[in-house]
Unconditional design. Structure first.
Lengths: 461, 230
């Protein structure tokens, strides 16, 4: 179901649909029941009133039928009150009203058809002059004497207005209550889902953190349904980590097995140095250099993992810089370089520590190599990025060299050993992390390199 | 000076032994980490060159064991892995410098030379004791600015004395440093060479560069550094 990407939305949607259908059916059923009971009540009322009217009818000396006003008023005063909602009419055989209740004022009840004598008819009357009425008609044959039995029609009508109002109120009430119940129910479900899905959310967050490198494995208490999933994920993370280690060990072995013979060849050449073959030595050495460069470059590239995926722990950057500075202080002991550090202690790098060591190590080594006396390292770490600046008081970077520094990879004809490889590897590694490398002038007077590393999570895909 | 070489590649090992010997060092070589550790503990060593990728006992473990024994001589690491993490680790556990394979022999020799100087407390490649000056790179010696002609053995003897200028060195120490392990030790030879060195450095007996301490040994008596300008 691509429409709902969240389980909660899916549950809420279907629960709402089910409730709505269920409540709609219930509301219709209850409404019908109420309406039919109203109708029964109305009809009973009409029967009673009609019976009363018929009982009050009297024959006049002229041989016609009439209803004495005072008797009617005594039986039910509503007949006498204007617009009371209860109306009565008596028609003769020609359809001429011989009596109408005062409540009807001077309006007429229009009747669609006359019932046969002895029959009753319920009729709905809806005319502009009157409220909606339900009427009961009864045809009567009044036997004044032998052979003189004219037909009369009695009618009693009741205004349906109050009943309609009651029905509407009942319906409103019904809908109100059910809406209330539905909303309450949905709220309860939302709460329940939040509670039930909390471990799932926690798991999801942990997976995200593992992915971003903020944690190394899934941990904490999980409901039994998720334990299997969590342990599978952990196993996956572990496999990934081990695969990386194995891959790197293979590369190390490869480096060792390729470079040791190269070293042996070079030493043998030096050993067998013959002034007469000087130029041969030189060309062989040059070929060895090229071979070494390519091997080194490719191996170091292959090694840079750009690992931002599973199971990478965040690296504290400041201690790593301290270690590199200690190493370089030892290597460049005779030069007595004074290295100043301005490090944000809390800065962490989300990626592979080997990659970061490679980046900073190469840049710092260059600074130590080219500086006169001083090197300055600053480290700033924001929530989403990491900025490392390394400056020195050396001769700086000439504008003629700069474009070459930014070239991609190393050129095959590059002949000075060790030059360019380090920087090329740095640049490619930085790119793996979506970072940038800038060259400039240091406040110390020499070159300055700035590395910016974005948070790997920011990389798409 | 005794250099211990631990390198498992036979042809590189053999070739490096030749080069180091030619450069004037006494070389003991081992082909695996275990053998290397034995030499490192039992033999006189002034400097060790250790490959990191060794069979039996890795270079890292070897260095750790050597340092745990309390041996303080400089250790130069050879490594095919030019990762910074490896370099950092090697230096953290006690190595003093590294050379990445495939290296130029000249570079290796320069590092060895520099480490030995540092171990003797010298920061520059030129050792200066009063009027005597010895350049470890070019292997030349001058006294009062005049170049001196020294034999290879004389040069190594003087270099050893000057590297440890101010220290008393016994005849045994000197013999061990300058001869192969199985050399028949005859301390008279040292006396003879000391005598020759004195005559060459100081033909007129002006500044008595090498002091004899009876029953204890010899000492480079000249103070380190150039003499104050008069």
């Amino acid at each position: 179901m691509p429409l709902f990407r969240s389980l909660r939305a899916r549950v809420l949607f279907w629960v709402s649909v089910a409730f709505t259908v269920l409540f709609a059916i219930t509301i219709v059923a209850l409404d019908r029941a109420f309406a039919s009971s109203t109708e029964r009540a109305v009809r009973e009322l009409l029967q009673v009133q009609l019976l009363g009217l018929v009982a009050l009818a009297e024959a006049t000396p002229e041989g016609t039928l009439t209803l004495p006003e005072d008797a009617v008023a005594a039986a039910n005063p509503q007949f006498g009150v204007a617009d009371s909602g209860l109306y009565g009419v008596l028609w003769d055989a020609d359809g001429v009203p011989v009596w109408t209740s005062s409540s009807l004022l001077d309006r007429e009840l229009s009747v669609p058809k006359w019932p046969a004598p002895g029959e009753q008819d319920y009729v709905l009357i809806d005319t502009p002059q009157l409220p909606r009425l339900e009427a009961l008609l009864e045809g009567v044959t009044w036997e004044f004497s032998e052979g003189n039995a004219p037909r009369y029609t009695f009618a009693v009508a009741v205004s349906l207005e109050p009943y309609d109002e009651r029905q509407a109120a009942f319906r409103r009430n019904l809908i109100g209550w059910f809406t209330g119940v539905t909303v309450t129910m949905l709220l309860v479900i939302v709460g329940l889902l939040t509670f039930v899905l909390r471990p799932l959310h926690r798991l999801e967050r942990q997976v995200r953190e593992v992915e971003a490198g903020a944690r190394s494995r899934l941990s904490g208490r999980m409901p039994t349904e998720l334990v299997g999933l969590a342990s599978n994920l952990n196993a996956l993370v572990e496999t990934e980590r081990r695969r990386l280690v194995k891959y790197r060990n293979t590369l190390d072995d490869l480096a060792h097995s390729l470079k040791t013979p190269l070293a042996a060849m070079r030493t043998l050449l030096a050993e067998a140095r013959d002034p007469a073959k000087g130029s041969l030595d030189e060309s062989l050495n040059r070929e060895l250099d090229r071979m070494d460069q390519r091997v080194s470059y490719q191996l170091r590239r292959a090694r840079a993992s750009g690992a931002t995926g599973l199971g990478v722990e965040p690296v504290a950057v400041a201690p790593l810089i301290h270690e590199l500075v200690e190493t370089l202080d030892k290597v460049y002991r005779d030069k007595r370089v004074s290295c100043e550090l301005e490090l944000a202690r809390s800065a962490t790098f989300r990626g592979d520590s080997g990659d970061l060591t490679e980046i900073i190590g190469n840049l710092l080594d260059n600074a130590y190599k080219y500086c006169k006396q001083r090197v300055l390292v600053t480290l700033r770490g924001g929530p989403g990025s990491l900025t490392i600046t390394i400056g020195d008081d050396g001769p700086g970077i000439g504008s003629d060299v700069l474009p070459r520094l930014l070239e991609r990879g190393i050129r095959a004809d590059e002949s000075v050993p060790g030059q360019g490889i380090g920087l090329a590897v740095v640049r490619e590694t930085v790119e793996l992390y979506n970072g940038s490398l800038r060259f400039g002038a240091s406040s110390l007077g020499g070159a300055e390199v700035t590395v910016e590393l974005a948070r790997p999570g920011a990389i798409g895909g | 000076m005794h250099v211990l070489l631990v390198e498992d590649d036979p042809s590189l090992n053999r070739s490096l032994v030749a080069q180091l010997t030619e450069a004037g060092y006494r070389v003991d070589s081992a082909l695996d980490g275990r053998e290397g550790l034995y030499y490192a503990k039992e033999y006189p060593v002034d400097l060790a060159v250790v490959d990191l990728g060794l069979p039996e006992l890795s270079g890292i473990e070897l260095i750790r064991a050597v340092r745990a024994e309390g041996k303080a001589y400089p250790i130069l690491v050879l490594t095919a892995r030019d990762r910074w993490q490896d370099k950092v680790e090697a230096l953290k556990i006690g190595a003093d410098d590294y050379v990445v394979k495939p290296f130029h022999v000249e570079e290796l020799l320069a590092r060895v030379d520099a480490l030995l100087r540092r171990a003797g407390g010298w920061a520059q490649s030129e050792l200066v004791c009063g009027p005597v000056s010895l350049d470890t790179r070019s292997q030349t010696v001058t006294a009062n600015g005049e170049p001196l002609e020294l034999t290879s053995f004389e040069y190594r003897l003087l270099e050893y004395l000057m590297l440890h200028a101010g220290e008393v060195l016994s005849k045994t120490q000197i013999t061990e440093a300058l001869y192969d392990q199985d050399f028949e030790r005859d301390s008279n030879v040292i006396e003879v060479f000391i005598g020759r060195l004195r005559r060459k450095l100081d033909p007129n007996g002006e500044f008595q560069p090498i002091e004899t301490l009876r029953g204890r040994g010899y000492r480079m008596a000249l103070p380190r550094g150039a003499p104050a300008p008069r």
